[in-house]
Design a protein around this ligand. Structure first.
Ligand code: FE2
Ligand code: FE2
Length: 338
């Protein structure tokens, strides 16, 4: 609890408290010119720290430096609201020694962002399971889908635990109102469009995004110095690698059952691969890349390199699926003799 009060105290004492106090001194009629001057200094300093914390929260919650299976609702990636309470944590405690209050704030926000994404992956797999059921998928696919959702529950619990330890705030998952609205949407019935959507989602959100999440976590683990961070990232890397394979299995299923429209959709999705942006971690004042890497967060250049590698590997494997089989080659030769 020492670290909890430390981080909270740092934010309050350096941010909102001097801001309010300074504004009070500035507007009070009984303030002397010297008190007004002190008020201006306090308001400026407090405003700067409050703004910096607000900026950090905004940057980290709108960036994408770590991804897995994205929860897409009405075409947008969604996560649950932030909330304080119990229900989403485990007993992991990272090493907090030597970290300043600001460094703990940064790491807390980074893990809270990951926790939100991991938590959103749980309903994302539930949605996938419903779609697969509606399309008559084999039991192995549904089993892997539900096992992946359980993996994501563990990931989310761990990430919330890390966020809570660093920030000292009892963060947990809040409500996800967009999910309730999406529940009334119809399930696929096997139209060409349904197969095309399944193909696109599997390639981009499964094969690519989960494959990238695995590589990013693996590389982050290799640079992290805290054993708890390392172990967390290694588990996530292994699980996300399995989820990427599930994406490939779903793609196989869609290509087998969806026929020509599924293959056309795969060609279309392949053309979108290059437009996928490298995950972004904004530069944050007061913490350098070496500090972030020691804590399992990769520099921007490394994230870009891994994204390029994953795009190339995904493209090569998907193009192989589109290549005609030897029997199709023979058929085509017989139909068009030279
Ligand atoms: Fe995950
Ligand atoms: Fe995943």
């Amino acid at each position: 609890m020492e670290s909890a009060s430390g981080v909270l105290l740092f934010i309050l004492v350096c941010g909102p408290i001097p801001l309010v106090w300074g504004l009070k001194l500035l507007v009070s009629r009984s303030s002397s010119p010297l008190a007004r001057f002190a008020g201006a200094i306090l308001a400026l300093g407090g405003g700067a720290v409050t703004g910096l914390v607000a900026w950090l929260i905004h940057e980290l919650t709108t960036s994408s430096f770590s991804k897995g299976r994205v929860l897409r609702l009405q075409g947008r990636a969604r996560v649950a609201r932030r909330a304080l309470g119990q229900g989403w944590t485990d007993d992991a405690v990272p090493d907090l020694s030597g970290l300043s209050a600001w460094q703990r704030t940064v790491l807390g926000e980074a893990w809270l962002y990951s926790a939100g994404m991991e938590h959103a992956s749980v309903p994302a797999f539930s949605k996938l399971s419903l779609k697969l059921s509606a399309l008559g998928a084999p039991s192995a696919l549904l089993e892997d889908c539900h096992l992946a959702a359980l993996d994501e529950v563990r990931h989310a619990r761990r990430c919330f635990a890390m966020a809570r330890a660093y920030s000292g705030m009892p963060w947990t998952a809040g409500t996800l109102p967009a999910l309730a609205q999406a529940a009334s949407q119809p399930l696929p019935t096997g139209t060409e469009n349904d197969w095309a959507r399944l193909v696109r989602g599997s390639l981009l959100d499964g094969c690519l995004s989960e494959g990238l999440a695995s590589r990013v976590a693996e590389e982050g683990a290799s640079r992290a110095t805290d054993p708890v961070v390392r172990e967390t990232l290694l588990v996530i890397a292994e699980d996300e690698g399995r989820h990427a394979e599930l994406g490939w299995d779903v793609l196989d299923f869609a290509l087998e059952r969806g026929g020509r429209s599924a293959r056309d959709a795969l060609r279309q999705a392949l053309s979108e691969l290059d437009s996928r942006q490298a995950p972004a971690m904004p530069p944050i004042p007061g913490v350098d890349e070496a500090f972030l890497a020691r804590n399992g967060l990769l520099p921007q250049a490394e994230l870009g390199r891994l994204m390029r590698l994953c795009i190339e590997a995904t493209r090569a494997r998907a193009e192989a699926l589109l290549a005609p089989s030897p029997s199709e080659h023979r058929l085509s030769f017989q139909q068009h003799p030279v």
